[in-house]
Design a protein around this ligand. Structure first.
Ligand code: GLN
Length: 197
């Protein structure tokens, strides 16, 4: 098995480390590759799009041809996890800011998002959140986090914080507003591994 982490910017190493730890616990053999250019996505069984700056990430992925490859992979059922900026990019509909700046989204999930939902004062914070299927709450780290403001029927809501949706799944696509790679709890990475099967 081969899992690709989009490695343009953001928390790439942290995702690689979390994934490696989860794979070891689950006793699954897999290669983890960092993807910086086109040509590698089609060889992957799963893809992670980390946090960072969604404008930069989106533009780079379009320019380098990775965006098109990710769209094809997603449509063929390859599991994709987007965290924070990755959630923004998975969305079909952006907010006013996204529209105004003509920001390139992958447009894969039937969700609308608010890019910087949690405002300036609370740029970064931690909270215990419920997550569908988890017995214990998950300690989630939010950094200039987006949220999901609307969604289609195929979207399963996995977590709500303060009345807004912060995690959701649509078949093979998993979107998280927070950063599971920046805390020690491996449960989200295990959840993603189960999606790969
Ligand atoms: N809100 C940021 C954006 O849209 C994402 C922040 C993050 O990934 N930590 O780019």
């Amino acid at each position: 098995m081969r899992i690709g982490v989009i490695a343009i910017q953001g928390n790439v190493e942290e995702h690689v480390d979390s994934l490696r730890a989860a794979l070891k616990q689950a006793q699954i053999e897999a290669d983890i590759i960092k993807i910086k250019h086109a040509g590698l996505v089609p060889s992957c069984d799963a893809i992670i799009i980390p946090g960072g700056e969604s404008t930069t990430l989106g533009r780079f992925m379009e320019r380098e041809g990775m965006a098109g490859e990710i769209r094809i992979a997603a449509r063929s059922g390859i599991p994709i996890m987007g965290t924070c900026a990755g959630l923004v990019l998975l969305a079909r509909n952006g907010d006013e800011q996204v529209e105004k700046t003509n920001q390139a989204l992958l447009g894969l999930m039937d969700i609308s998002i608010n890019r910087n939902a949690f405002g300036r004062q609370k740029d970064s914070f931690e909270s215990l959140i419920g997550f569908k299927g988890f017995e214990e709450p998950f300690r989630a780290l939010f950094i200039r986090a987006p949220c999901i403001t609307d969604h289609g029927k195929e979207v399963e809501i996995l977590s709500i914080y303060n009345g807004v949706i912060v995690a959701a799944r649509q078949k093979n696509l998993l979107a998280l507003a927070f950063h599971p790679e920046l805390t020690d709890d491996p449960r989200i990475h295990h959840y993603f591994l189960k999606m790969i099967g």
